[in-house]
Design a protein around this ligand. Structure first.
Ligand code: GAR
Length: 194
């Protein structure tokens, strides 16, 4: 199963997936490229580090969505690279047609909350400010509803009295780093059995 990692920033989840691949924990999945919508994203540096092609692709002039032409260009590029599964790993842009149509039921997203709680931006901050007794992370199929598709996996993180927002966020990120590679490996196993 040929996998594309899409992201916009730090890339710690992409790194966790690439480490899992290097350690043989990604099963039948193969990361074929890193695709960023921000030219200065640190995530792009993972390409040379792990020997994987890394690309900045222009998303168009908007901050949180693609322009239709550029979304078609992204879809064409991923098709040319024969991508089977698109993984949104810290990708801060809404995905719509044509990307969503071209890769229908083949795009997954990682979100740093226990969905359906706290969809949208700053999920950890939302969880923290709501004084929720626990937070966590979710991997789900991407549909037209933002953060709304069927869940593939979830990890829970308890908020301890001693937690600060920083320590709470750190635990959630650790949970994400374990969950995302696991879900990708599981999907690859199913994909290879089709
Ligand atoms: C992760 O916490 C991810 O769940 C979140 O962005 C962070 C990216 O970190 N994604 C979203 O909020 C998507 N709505 P990373 O760049 O270090 O992987």
């Amino acid at each position: 199963m040929r996998v594309a990692l899409l992201g916009s920033g730090r890339g710690s989840n992409a790194e966790a997936v690439l480490c899992a691949q290097a350690e043989g924990r990604l099963g039948k999945a193969k990361i074929v490229g890193i695709y960023c919508d921000i030219p200065t994203a640190p995530m792009l540096q993972l390409g040379p580090k792990f020997g994987v092609p890394a690309f900045f692709l222009d998303p168009g002039p908007f901050k949180t969505k693609f322009s239709p032409e550029q979304e078609a260009f992204w879809a064409d590029t991923l098709s040319e690279h024969k991508v089977d599964l698109v993984v949104l790993a810290g990708f801060m842009r809404v995905v719509k047609a044509p990307l969503l149509e071209r890769f229908a039921n083949r795009i997954i997203n990682l979100h740093p909350t226990l969905l359906p709680a706290f969809p949208g931006l700053d999920g950890i901050g939302q969880t923290w400010r709501a004084n929720a007794p626990e937070g966590g992370c979710t991997v789900h199929w991407v549909t037209a509803e933002v953060d709304g598709g069927k869940h593939l996996g979830q990890s829970r993180v308890v908020r301890e009295a001693s937690d600060t927002q920083e320590t709470f966020a750190k635990k959630i990120h650790q949970a994400e780093h374990a969950l995302l590679p696991k879900v990708i490996a599981e999907l690859a196993e199913k994909f290879s059995g089709r």
